[in-house]
Design a protein around this ligand. Structure first.
Ligand SMILES: [Zn+2]
Length: 226
């Protein structure tokens, strides 16, 4: 939703796209907009905001400021939200079983998440692809401990084909790898997919792995009662 503010160096309103989360506490919010400043010579716009959740202030920078004229009135439009500062690295908390299975996945995923928050999308995409490799290979090693060396030295796609039985899960992990590879190659194969699709498929792979880890634990409990 568009909102507007009257910057101190302007006599008309500037309309801008609403901000939905706080870069400091990561809460989903509707910020309190305190102050706007138009940078006419650079066609940019800065917005000073307060988070109603943590009470801290931050600044949003819009990369475009354009003049819209209608009915002989003038108004400005700020768009292309470039970045919000300050940025604090975000840490996603994973289930303890996932952290134990693949600490490398958790570390690489969270580094990628931080890179994404800094708008380093070229790097974050590659990072998610690497995190996915740790996750799937560690899971395959957990299921086939005697094949550890083979798994570590096999391409991820081959690993999935060989060690993941369920066809639906095979498809999910396979597509995750394809989307991840797209983040590392010069030419993108799946133009209509982006980093959010990759994260969505990684999340789904995580559900499958966690489901299996919990099922194995339940089986152990049942066996211990016999
Ligand atoms: Zn906050």
């Amino acid at each position: 939703m568009k909102k507007s503010i009257r910057p101190e160096n302007m006599s008309v309103n500037v309309y801008y796209e609403d901000i939905h989360s706080c870069p400091i506490c990561n809460s989903k919010i509707s910020p309190i907009y305190l102050y706007g400043k138009a940078l006419f010579n650079k066609s940019k716009f800065s917005l000073f905001c307060e988070c109603p959740s943590c009470g801290k202030t931050f600044t949003a920078f819009y990369d475009s400021l354009t003049n819209n004229k209608y009915n002989n009135m003038s108004e400005y439009n700020a768009s292309d939200l470039g970045y919000i500062a300050p940025i604090f690295p975000e840490t996603k908390i994973f289930d303890e079983k996932i952290s134990n299975l693949s600490p490398n996945f958790v570390e690489t995923y969270n580094q990628s998440l931080s890179a994404e928050k800094y708008n380093l999308t070229q790097i974050s995409g590659m990072g998610y692809r690497k995190a996915l490799e740790f996750l799937i290979k560690d899971y395959c090693i957990y299921k086939n401990p005697d094949k550890k060396d083979e798994i570590l030295n096999t391409f991820l796609g081959n690993c999935i084909n060989t060690y993941i039985d369920d066809d639906k899960v095979k498809n999910i992990t396979k597509v995750s790898v394809w989307l991840g590879n797209d983040e590392t190659h010069y030419i993108k194969k799946f133009e209509d997919k982006d980093i959010n699709d990759l994260k969505r498929f990684i999340d789904t792979s995580l559900y499958f792995i966690l489901y299996n880890l919990n099922a194995d634990e339940a089986e152990d409990i049942i066996n211990s009662q016999q």
